[in-house]
Design a protein around this ligand. Structure first.
Ligand SMILES: [Zn+2]
Length: 164
């Protein structure tokens, strides 16, 4: 993978939704601050599996939070270990598949089925702030999550954190 900070929208540095926080795209842990310059692509030292990502303090996950990272084509880029358990899929099997294969809006009649997709695409395109929407895992009834959605970097993308 050759993700780089080139092409990153300058708006990503606005800090309009709080300070940026580094976290691992797989285990969710914060990296050792001395490990590498901020913004460099690097693999997590804790799990050796995830890339270190950035999101605003308002949306960044805590370790053990189930979360997904999605690019501007709605394709999954990363899946946390907690989300693997929650959704019953390995990250390697989920990467590059469409978010809609795993999550759907819980209130299709209330907000329209497009709102989840619109919020994710907006965040991936660099919209500031944090949005919330109710979702449910595809094919599982009676289970609902509140998802918080915000932009994620250094490659422009969106993070969807599931709150139980
Ligand atoms: Zn990790």
């Amino acid at each position: 993978m050759s993700a780089s900070i080139h092409g990153l929208p300058s708006r990503f540095g606005d800090h309009d939704a709080g300070e940026l926080r580094d976290f691992c795209g797989h285990c969710g842990q914060a990296p050792d601050p001395s490990s590498a310059p901020v913004g460099a692509t690097r693999v997590c030292q804790h799990c050796d599996l995830g890339l270190v990502l950035q999101a605003s303090e308002a949306v960044a996950p805590s370790p053990e939070d189930p979360f997904l990272v999605v690019d501007n084509r709605m394709a999954i880029c990363a899946l946390s270990s907690a989300a693997e358990k929650l959704l019953g899929v390995d990250e390697t099997a989920a990467v590059n598949r469409h978010l809609g294969e795993f999550l759907m809006p819980a209130d299709a009649n209330a907000n329209g089925s497009g709102s989840l997709i619109e919020l994710v695409l907006g965040a991936a395109a660099g919209d500031g702030g944090v949005e919330r929407v109710r979702v449910r895992p595809l094919g599982v009834f009676g289970v609902r999550f509140s998802a918080r959605i915000g932009r994620c970097g250094p490659t422009p993308s969106a993070i969807v954190v599931l709150e139980r």
